[in-house]
Design a protein around this ligand. Structure first.
Ligand SMILES: [Zn+2]
Length: 443
């Protein structure tokens, strides 16, 4: 909390449950050990070693009661005298309770456990069993959905960022949506929400876990669905579809200090060739700009902006160094997305091809002393919620509405639009499809 200015709410506890070794190691530092040692272990040891003389139960109880009543009296008089001030103060600063230690994280932990208990009893609700490919659709679809990580809309030069962070994508015929908003501020919160049928008002994490998602609907219609993951995992979204972990050298041929996003593309052409019937929908879950060790997220040739911040101790770097490092990782995503487009182009003859990219959430880079992400949504700064989203279409993509997309690039969209837009891209017919939420098929 002190280093990254985060709060420990129930969704942060969800993150803790969902994390893995490499993600946790990125957060651990020498400073953290010193901090815990000097301010935690050392004082605890002193207290432990202090000899306490008890004066007998009766006297102890009496003196505790005295202290307690004095404290209560003080609190009551403060409330009576300054009541109006505190009432409006807490109303104006609701977020204060998130910082109250240790009560808030104890409260959050109980809330999290209760939520999980209630959900354990619920069965899975089937969605879109009626889904089928439109009869008018004769061509095969090949759609790659790139699920980005921790990318900020304002760091894409396609959206007007002053540094050139999209040198490769700008050469492609892409549409960049400038006004796209995430449903959560962390991977564990956003990913299930992106693929969920529920819109933001109806959504809850436990409902999502007990309801089939976009990938299930596509599967019902006979689409070949595949999830490749170079992030933590699919957060429960890909439980019922083929899934391959690319964080290991066993599957990913492009690994140096860590396995790279582009490794997910290495066997895709074989996969596409092998599946010679039906539509194909592939999700690529990126490592992207996952922090705080941004410098680990790209190789040397992407170190264009210097000086960089080569530590996970963000507060020890200058704002310029943090920005440069973060932007270099955006450059790597620019490269990765251009490689996805290249792969789709190679299959343009046989398929109607499209790429749909959207990040799961944004990132705070030290604005107002806040770092990383995961703030409760209603107090989260814009940087954590405003995400980049990009579409690209192959020459044979049959939808006259795509020519109109450039006019919609500044419209307000959110992760709520993903479910229905993906169904639209795949030309799905199902009672669950809501035309007005499909970015492509509405005006
Ligand atoms: Zn994330």
């Amino acid at each position: 909390m002190d280093t990254y200015n985060i709060v420990i709410d129930d969704s942060m506890i969800l993150n803790v449950i969902n994390t893995d070794m490499s993600e946790s190691l990125d957060l651990i530092s020498m400073q953290m050990f010193l901090y815990i040692g000097f301010l935690g272990v050392a004082p605890s040891f002193v207290i432990y070693k202090t000899k306490i003389k008890y004066r007998g139960a009766k006297r102890e109880l009496l003196s505790k009661l005295k202290l307690l009543s004095l404290t209560l009296l003080t609190i009551i008089s403060i409330i009576v005298i300054f009541g109006d001030f505190y009432a409006s103060f807490f109303r104006e600063h609701k977020s204060l309770r998130y910082y109250a230690n240790p009560t808030f994280y104890i409260y959050s932990a109980i809330k999290f456990i209760r939520g999980n208990e209630a959900e354990a009893a619920t069965a899975l609700t089937i969605v879109g069993e009626d889904a089928r490919i439109a009869a008018t659709d004769e061509d095969r679809e090949l759609v790659i959905f790139v699920l980005g990580e921790t990318a900020r809309a304002d760091r894409f030069s396609l959206n007007g960022y002053k540094k050139e962070t999209n040198p490769l994508l700008k050469k492609e015929n892409v549409i960049s949506f400038t006004n796209f908003w995430s449903c959560g501020t962390s991977t564990a919160a956003s990913v299930p929400c992106i693929f969920s049928i529920f819109n933001e008002q109806d959504y809850s994490d436990s409902k999502a876990r007990h309801t089939e998602n976009l990938l299930d609907v596509l599967t019902h219609a006979g689409v070949n669905v595949l999830w490749l993951d170079n992030n933590s995992d699919s957060k429960g979204v890909a439980l019922r579809v083929p899934y391959v972990d690319y964080k290991t050298t066993k599957t990913n041929p492009v690994c140096d200090t860590e396995c790279r996003d582009e490794g997910m593309l290495s066997h895709l052409q074989d996969y596409i060739k092998k599946h010679d019937k039906g539509d194909i929908f592939i999700v690529l879950h990126q490592m992207g700009n996952h922090g705080p060790a941004y410098y680990k997220r790209y190789t040397k040739e992407f170190e264009s902006f210097k000086p960089t911040c080569n530590t996970n101790q963000l507060e020890s770097c200058s704002k310029e160094e943090i920005d440069n490092t973060y932007d270099n990782a955006i450059l790597y995503t620019d490269y990765f997305l251009s490689k996805v487009i290249k792969l789709l182009k190679e299959n343009d003859e046989t398929f109607e091809t499209a790429m749909f990219y959207v990040s799961d959430h944004g990132e705070s880079l030290g604005e107002n002393g806040i770092y990383l992400h995961g703030m409760p949504k209603f107090i989260a700064p814009e940087e954590q919620l405003h995400v980049p989203s990009i579409m690209w279409f192959g020459n044979n993509f049959h939808n006259s509405n795509i020519s109109n997309l450039t006019n919609k690039k500044n419209n307000t969209y959110s992760h709520d639009n993903v479910f229905h837009t993906a169904l639209g891209l795949m030309e799905m017919e199902t009672e669950n499809y809501i035309n007005t939420l499909d970015i492509i098929n509405t005006n």
